[in-house]
Design a protein around this ligand. Structure first.
Ligand code: 26Y
Length: 795
């Protein structure tokens, strides 16, 4: 620790010519970021040497998204020096929390899948497993959301400005990626070789982010590739006086890593996205293969020493890229290369929503990646032939990788990986029984389940230090090291003083959140009210609209039927992808409700609606510990797992949910008396949609639905969209909000009643915290380690 504080002082002197007394907060921030990074890099050096010596198998985790969240607090926490640094700074007149605020959230992801990747990096590192993450160094992460007159506006997130201090540039490991051009077969003295002609080279520059583990010597790396033109600008054009053209190619090259696609809903076949995918998969694969060859002088044992994990289909070009490298650069035959490839890849599916499944049109794809296209096409030919040969009554319409001139990336991943998993029991069952049923028939045993998990050290240890400290004193077990031991809390279920203490901590977190709300929205919220929280991406299937409809119902009852409900604060936070019009309309609706209620003194005594803008990891860390109710109300069968549901449960919120995704497992963990479940099951949803769902029938046949929607229309003032949304619900309602409305209402009423029995609510909350052990990312990653990857800790 002494050396750490010395290093900070030295950095300030050398870099800024400042003593700590004269330093600014910005300078302190920079010093802390750099010194922490370098300390981790030094630990990394020892760890990697041990790893190399042991010749162990390693995992490479490929993902277009890593939603890292702020790094400084996480690293100090993991290094076990947070309180010393805090004291040292405060002795010198600085507040560590204010320094933390300076760091931007590295928002290199959209939502669930990206955050999961980061939770897994953290958990695996804490458990000393060797894993390297690969992704893109987006210059602009997920956009900054500003709400203006109720509508979402997007602004660029220039995170590198202050975020760059955590990165280490590895100029020695640049790689060249080839786009466009042509490949020719050429006979040489060594036999038939593939020759690349007229291609466009792009350089991938590596930047490493150190990933720390909790109280461990392990340090893993997230490698982020940045694109750069090969040779800066075009000399030939420059000499011809075509100055602007000569820099154009540089700009085009650099556009590849310019921004994160801010969509997680709709797979629009965009050329830039194919380029991003090939850019980072090719760079990563080239590096992996090179390192492996250097260590073993052969690639024959690649699959024994390497697992490449594909986070959804977005990195699926890894597969043909490995085939290409093996055949074109290391002269393997097709059969030998294929044998290695199919033992190397494992694939996780995160969505069954048809519109989010990736497909590329052959016309778009082939010119950009001619050689890769040929390889995919050959994989498909051989797969289709194999299907015919085994004589299985297989449906190639459904299973062929290329169909109707579209390349179906999920099919490529299934055919080429040794393992395919879903992310909750229900989701994995749907994959097997429905989405990929034919594949499951011809590949028995290939499909498995690993229910998601969360990095509890961040989501409890760091986000809720008050609760962590209390549980530490009470339980006398190190549940931060091993979350399963948190179940000891169950012993205190009947201890009223424990229930009271938990309630007091919840109150502290609610007060903190209320301050944030006041500062950011101007709204004053009652911290004795129920904090009812729905925070996640904005999607129709997640049904923020169902939540909104319930609020409209309450408004009507308060106003016209003298209802005096127990006070509630409804808290929303969500980004909509920029092209998703209906999602933006739902945000507008929620903001309009918020405004109308705020103007009505009769109603705002009882209910308030808060929409917090710019949902991101650091905001989630503020909201989650303060939540009483966790809204997990997706249409059953649509949410692959959810992970916010787990974070909220761990912090003592009670779930109000459908039997969907990991809600089912939460239900099984806490029992039916400690959760509020409503709505159609996934089978019932399928049946109803087969019979033909007509929302208008629900509107006509239910007086509450009718009255609520009719009331909704009266709120329209021309500047709002109440009428538009009412029409939408009555005429379309694709995710069956109306079908589930009455059952939702019933559970909402039960919540209100239960909340007023403070002991009962406190006990339910305790049972939720105590049973959250299985949702640790340590458990989830251990399953990957044992069931899929077969790797060992580095000792
Ligand atoms: C193809 C493109 C538009 C696209 C980009 C991102 C499609 C999907 C995505 C992201 C999907 C995603 O985040 N899925 C979520 O993964 C979580 C982690 O497994 C799940 O908990 C969550 O239910 C699922 O929606």
């Amino acid at each position: 620790m002494d050396s750490f504080t010395k290093a900070i002082k030295r950095y300030l002197e050398k870099r800024f010519g400042n003593s700590i007394e004269d330093a600014s907060e910005r300078q302190i921030y920079q010093a802390l970021m750099v010194i922490t990074r370098d300390k981790l890099a030094e630990k990394r050096y020892h760890y990697i040497n041990k790893l190399k010596e042991s010749e162990q198998k390693r995992v490479y985790y490929m993902s277009m998204e890593f939603l890292v969240g702020k790094t400084l607090r996480n690293n100090l926490y993991n290094l076990g020096i947070e309180s010393e640094v805090k004291n040292f700074l405060s002795e010198n007149g600085f507040v560590l929390d204010k320094i933390y605020d300076i760091e931007p959230d590295p928002g290199l992801g959209n939502g669930g899948l990206g955050r999961l990747a980061s939770c897994y990096m953290d958990a695996l590192t804490s458990q000393e497993y060797p894993i390297t993450g690969f992704s893109i160094l987006y210059e602009f992460g997920i956009f900054k959301q500003v709400i203006s007159n109720g509508w979402q506006q997007e602004f660029p997130d220039n995170w590198l400005d202050l975020g760059k201090y955590g990165l280490i540039y590895r100029s020695d490991e640049e790689v060249e990626i080839k786009f466009y051009g042509e490949t020719k077969e050429q006979w040489t003295s060594d036999g038939l070789r593939i020759k690349y002609e007229d291609y466009t080279p792009i350089i991938a520059e590596p930047y490493d982010l150190m990933i720390s583990g909790y109280e461990t010597d392990a340090v893993n790396v997230l490698r982020l590739w940045k694109s750069k033109a090969s040779g800066g600008f075009n000399m030939r054009l420059f000499e011809q006086g075509e100055y602007s053209k000569s820099v154009e190619s540089k700009a085009i090259a650099e556009s590849i890593s310019k921004l994160l696609y801010p969509a997680d809903d709709n797979n629009k076949g965009k050329e830039l996205r194919i380029k991003q995918q090939y850019f980072f998969t090719s760079a990563s694969l080239q590096q992996i293969v090179k390192m492996h060859y250097k260590a073993y002088n052969t690639l024959d044992n690649l699959a024994e020493k390497v697992v490449i994990h594909i986070n959804d289909t977005h990195p699926s070009l890894c597969i043909p890229e490995l085939m290409r490298i093996l055949m074109d650069e290391y002269e393997y035959s097709w059969d030998k290369a294929w044998e290695i490839t199919i033992k190397t890849f494992a694939y996780t599916n995160h969505t069954i929503m048809a519109e989010a499944l990736e497909k590329w049109s052959v016309d778009l794809f082939r010119p950009i990646l001619p050689r890769i296209y040929t390889i995919i096409s050959e994989i498909n030919n051989r797969f289709c032939k194999w299907c015919k040969d085994i004589g299985a009554s297989v449906d190639l319409e459904e299973m062929s990788i290329i169909h109707n001139d579209m390349i179906r990336m999920a099919n490529l991943c299934i055919v080429s990986s040794y393992s395919v998993n879903g992310v909750s029991k229900l989701h994995s069952d749907i994959l097997k029984k429905d989405t990929f049923k034919s594949f499951n028939r011809i590949y028995p045993g290939k499909f498995t389940n690993v229910t998601n998990g969360i990095a509890h050290r961040r989501w409890l240890g760091q986000a809720n230090p008050e609760l962590t400290k209390y549980l530490n004193e009470l339980l006398e077990v190190d549940f931060i090291k091993d979350l399963s031991s948190i179940e000891n809390l169950l012993e205190y279920k009947s201890d009223e003083s424990v229930i009271n203490n938990l309630e007091n901590i919840k109150k502290i977190k609610k007060v903190q959140l209320a301050e944030y709300i006041k500062k950011n929205t101007g709204l004053t919220v009652d911290t004795n009210s129920i904090f009812d929280v729905q925070i996640k991406r904005l999607h129709e299937y997640k049904r923020q609209l169902l939540n909104a409809l319930h609020i409209i119902y309450l408004y009507k009852e308060i106003k016209y039927n003298a209802l005096k409900p127990y006070p509630r604060t409804f808290i929303f936070s969500a980004k909509a992808s920029s092209g998703y019009v209906m999602a933006k309309n739902i945000i507008k609706l929620i903001c309009s409700i918020s405004e109308i209620i705020e103007m009505d003194p009769e109603v705002r005594k009882y209910i308030k609606v808060v929409f917090l803008e710019d949902y991101r990891v650091s905001l989630a860390e503020k909201i989650i510990p303060a939540a009483d109710v966790s809204e997990q109300i997706s249409q059953a069968g649509k949410e692959a797992s959810g992970t916010g549901n787990m974070k909220l449960m761990l912090n003592g919120a009670l779930t109000l949910g459908t039997m969907d995704g990991a809600n089912v497992e939460i239900y099984n963990a806490v029992g039916k008396d400690n959760i509020f479940i409503f709505g159609l099951s996934s089978e019932e949803v399928s049946d109803l949609s087969e019979r033909g769902y007509r929302s208008e029938e629900f509107y006509q046949n239910s007086s509450v639905i009718k009255e609520t929607i009719d009331f909704m229309r009266t709120l329209d003032n021309g500047d709002s969209n109440f009428n538009y949304m009412a029409d939408y619900l009555v005429s379309r309602d694709p995710y069956m909000c109306l079908a589930d409305f009455e059952s939702y209402l019933e559970q909402q009423k039960l919540i209100e009643k239960t909340y007023q029995d403070r002991i009962k609510w406190g006990q339910m909350s305790l049972v939720n915290i105590a049973n959250s052990g299985i949702f640790s990312a340590d458990r989830a990653t251990s399953e990957y380690v044992k069931e899929i990857w077969n790797i060992k800790k580095v000792k």
